[in-house]
Ligand binder design. Sequence first.
Ligand SMILES: [Zn+2]
Ligand SMILES: [Zn+2]
Length: 362
Amino acid sequence: MSKDYYKILGVSEDATNEQIKQAFHNLAFKYHPDRPSGDEKKFKEINEAFQTLSNPDKKQQYDNMRKFGSGGFDNNNFNWGNVNFGNASDFSSFSGFDSIFDSFFNSSFGQRQNARQSNPNEDIEIQVEVSLKESFTGNKKEIKYQHTVLCDKCDGKGYPTDAKLNTCKTCNGKGFVERKRNIPFFGTVSEKAVCQECNGEGKIPDKKCNNCRGKGHIQETKKETINIPSGIRNGDVLELKGYGNNKSSKYRAGNLYIQVLVKKDKSFWREGDDLYFNLHINFAEAALGIKKEIQSIDEKNLVVDIPKGIENNTVLKIKNKGFKKLNQNYFGDLMLVVKIDTPQKLSKTSEELFKKLKEELG
Ligand SMILES: [Zn+2]
Ligand SMILES: [Zn+2]
């Protein structure tokens, strides 16, 4: 064997499998016959070298042969005739080639192409803060945001009705220009790009709209009253279709996404769809039991029955008085965490009574 596969791939004899693969991919790109820089003979050679060096058994035999001369070469096991030299036009038959090809395209062409074809009317995201009470009851809320809308003076055209339209000289009225681009290992490709001069219209008006200075759209501050639905959770996003940017009438307007941030409350908190709060009672109420009137977060009065002998941190449940499950007719519960307060200051009378109580309880 006169061919030096290591030299062909440009790698050292102790190159790792990864390095061999990488070298192969780079060279195969460069010399593939379909490329302007292609060379079929070289391409076959590269492939042959790769087939051998990437296969551990074949590589071992090839290395032995190099070391010990052809005498150490086992011809029975190493049948060169069976080595797949590959059909140069069958580009996709190489392992790993497709994926590399794809990622290559995605990272350069793909994105540009998509960007060019995608809707210029962007969605807008804003945040709105609501209180826990508002999230419980639901509420109307005024929001203010900036968005881009079509200029109403020129209907989004960018020029007045009496403007004269001349053919764009940059693109000769085609609306796009062709560019040549050089891509490493790939060669020169030509791609179409929207003509910047006429924005792809192919024509240039002799006058611009005063209102939008020819852009066809303007920035506007918009006020809107939105409905915060009862039961909304922290982080939930409301969607208003068509309330986003509208720069081009050729596409649907973008959407407005409003993320609702629910502020913490001093007394109440939410767990799942249940509404919690700490219900403070004193020793006597805990020992004797009591019917207590409480006010929930919506300021509605409720009566709770606290049984006698209740322990600290007992949770009392009032069914269906919690949060409304969003867009459903189902309610969580109101959970009262009983907190038995130890008096910090005692009046003379109270102190006497506690002393008596202490004796009684022994
Ligand atoms: Zn043009
Ligand atoms: Zn205008």
